[in-house]
Design a protein around this ligand. Structure first.
Ligand SMILES: [Zn+2]
Length: 226
């Protein structure tokens, strides 16, 4: 990745969660110009997550940070009946991380964003994928092949970069410890816009924030399960 601030921005998929928000702060701290994207798919947590992404972006705003671009990719027809839409049987704090897998998620997130980047002359797209990500669509093999296939489809290459791919959660949290992490949003079963405290992602968030803060600043709807 180039750090020349006069260079074309790097694209960034910004979900509003801890990892992508810390990656935004990290890229800005390293002098990158950043073009963030949010993919609006209509999933259960979007109404709380999108404002969090916008709020975090405002909090770290700088001349190097472009306005958040929101791309619509509705998945209601495809994920019909899935817990990510219905809120039924949402993976709880005792579930494995594999339980929160969303079919085709990274391919779906990348394809429209990469096309936007290509159409606007941006040749790098960053994702906040960590070393510990357990999913088959978060491996180097997947991204290398997907990037090559996209180059055929787009008539030019958009590099998919994962600056955190060799870091675990604790290391990422250390990088982001001075960022306004209380503004991020992680829950997959929000209650009136708040973190539920009961789901798989709330448990992960609580543990992650405890790495860097004595007290987790999140206001949970119910006592957090961890
Ligand atoms: Zn939750």
């Amino acid at each position: 990745m180039s750090c020349d601030s006069s260079a074309m921005p790097i694209g960034l998929l910004l979900s509003g969660g801890l990892d992508s928000c810390i990656l935004l702060g990290h890229l800005l701290q390293r002098g990158h110009r950043v073009q963030p994207f949010y993919i609006r798919s209509g999933l259960l947590w979007q109404a709380a997550e999108l404002p969090a992404a916008e709020q975090f972006a405002r909090a770290v705003a700088s001349p190097e940070l472009a306005k958040l671009v929101i791309l619509d990719l509705p998945l209601g027809d495809l994920y019909e009946g899935h817990w990510s839409l219905t809120g039924r049987k949402v993976p709880d704090a005792l579930s494995t991380d594999e339980a929160v897998y969303l079919p085709g998620r990274n391919a779906l997130l990348v394809i429209k964003t990469a096309l936007w980047c290509r159409m606007h002359g941006i040749d790098e797209l960053a994702l906040g994928v960590l070393k510990s990500n357990p999913f088959s669509d978060a491996t180097s093999g997947f991204f290398d092949r997907f990037e090559s296939a996209l180059a055929c489809a787009l008539g030019g290459r958009v590099r998919i970069v994962r600056p955190f791919e060799h870091l675990n959660k604790q290391e990422v949290m250390e990088l982001g410890r001075d960022l306004p992490l209380e503004l991020t949003f992680s829950c997959i079963a929000p209650v009136d816009g708040r973190h539920c405290g009961q789901c798989n992602k709330c448990a992960e968030r609580h543990a992650a924030l405890k790495f860097v803060h004595e007290k987790d600043p999140t206001e949970y709807a119910w006592k957090v399960s961890a």
